[in-house]
Design a protein around this ligand. Structure first.
Ligand code: ADP
Ligand code: MG
Length: 342
């Protein structure tokens, strides 16, 4: 080996060492994945010390979300849930284990919330113009409301083995109110299964986070001000390894003759809710559970909702509109997430 080639060798060695050192010191980049699902979008941020195949990860996530839609979408007439709804019968109807998990959690929260969360409320939602059929020409009559109520009620549903039975042959089961939360949980499990400990998974505003951001700080979650016309921040919270779901009455409503009609229906009256609770945020390890509770409490209203949250040790932030001002109510479980405010 002559002097020149020895020098080349040395240079190459030094250059290689420098590249290695630089490679080691460079913190792994944060990866963003996003795409359409459930009539909205999903967004994922993650970083990991381990090398991960983000293309494969996204493929697995997309496959799972397509699978969930094939089971639980009411927009897909061929989904498992749509097939159930098209089968007018009181016979036990076998469902996939995934759909049953979601149905059973929605029924559990439905019972806990004194049946305010009601996955059979669809006929009333349609009657008031929030379903696939557009806004009604006239406010529904009491006769129409009573007719719809005859086939509404979670007390008319029962699960036995892997089957769901309906006490009325013409019921409509809609899991849209908790499906996003379930989707977030499933996506988070897939991300974690790739050895990723630091992530934020979001579908249409429902989220689950784990670990920390790449700079070592906690994931900071902004809770929107409950106003329809702009996007502004009401609170910023950090939730550790948890899911967070918000149910709000400020984006989905219509006004007619000076009355405001919410998209949330009180199953007891068959009419849109009328109270002053405008936003409910729930933090819970399961996004499915957080999603269900947030809608349940939003339907219940401040007093009943807060009482249920306290009874069940839930972490909840409620925002009411009182005399034109927003007022916050929190449970002790939620306060700990707000302490790092600022
Ligand atoms: P939010 O973000 O306000 O929770 P969701 O999409 O999760 O919104 O749930 C609202 C939808 O749930 C409504 O558009 C309606 O279809 C349905 N819904 C209305 N009232 C109830 C109720 N009492 N229980 C369950 N679902 C309801
Ligand atoms: Mg919801």
């Amino acid at each position: 080996m002559n002097i020149v080639s020895l020098r080349v060798c040395l240079f190459t060695l030094i250059a290689l060492c420098l590249m290695l050192v630089a490679g080691c010191q460079q913190p792994p980049a944060e990866v963003h994945l996003s795409g359409p699902t459930m009539g909205t979008t999903y967004n994922i941020k993650y970083w990991s010390e381990n090398t991960t195949d983000s293309t494969l990860l996204q493929q697995r996530i997309d496959d799972e979300l397509v699978h969930i839609n094939k089971l639980m979408s009411t927009y897909d007439p061929a989904s498992e849930l749509s097939m159930l709804n098209q089968t007018k019968s009181t016979e036990p109807y076998p469902l996939s284990s995934e759909t049953l998990v979601v149905v059973e959690e929605a029924l559990r929260i439905g019972k806990l919330s004194n049946q305010y969360l009601d996955i059979t409320v669809g006929p009333l939602v349609n009657l008031w113009g929030f379903g696939p059929q557009a806004r009604p020409e006239v406010i529904p009559s009491d006769v129409d409301i009573d007719a719809a109520r005859a086939r509404v009620g979670i007390d008319k549903l029962s699960v036995s083995g892997n089957s769901l039975s309906r006490a009325h042959p013409d019921m409509y089961v809609d899991l849209s109110t908790v499906a996003k939360g379930y989707g977030v949980d499933q996506v988070a499990e897939i991300v974690a299964s790739f050895g990723i400990d630091n992530y934020l998974v979001e579908i249409g505003g429902e989220m689950r986070v784990a670990g920390v951001k790449r700079n070592g700080q906690a994931w900071r979650i902004a809770i929107e001000k409950p106003v329809s016309l702009e996007r502004a921040i009401q609170e910023i919270i950090t939730v550790g390894n948890n899911a967070i779901a918000t149910s709000g009455d400020y984006r989905n409503y219509y006004e007619e003759d000076g009355m405001r009609y919410s998209h949330l229906i009180d199953p007891k009256t068959g009419k849109p809710i009328q109270h002053n609770l405008v936003s409910v945020t729930v933090v819970h390890p399961s996004c499915l559970t957080a999603d269900g509770y947030s809608t349940a409490i939003a339907v219940m209203g401040k007093d009943a909702g807060l009482a249920m949250a306290l009874e069940n040790d839930l972490a909840v932030l409620l925002i009411t509109r009182e005399n034109g001002e927003f007022k916050e109510y929190t449970t002790p479980g939620f306060d700990s997430f707000m302490s790092k405010k600022g």
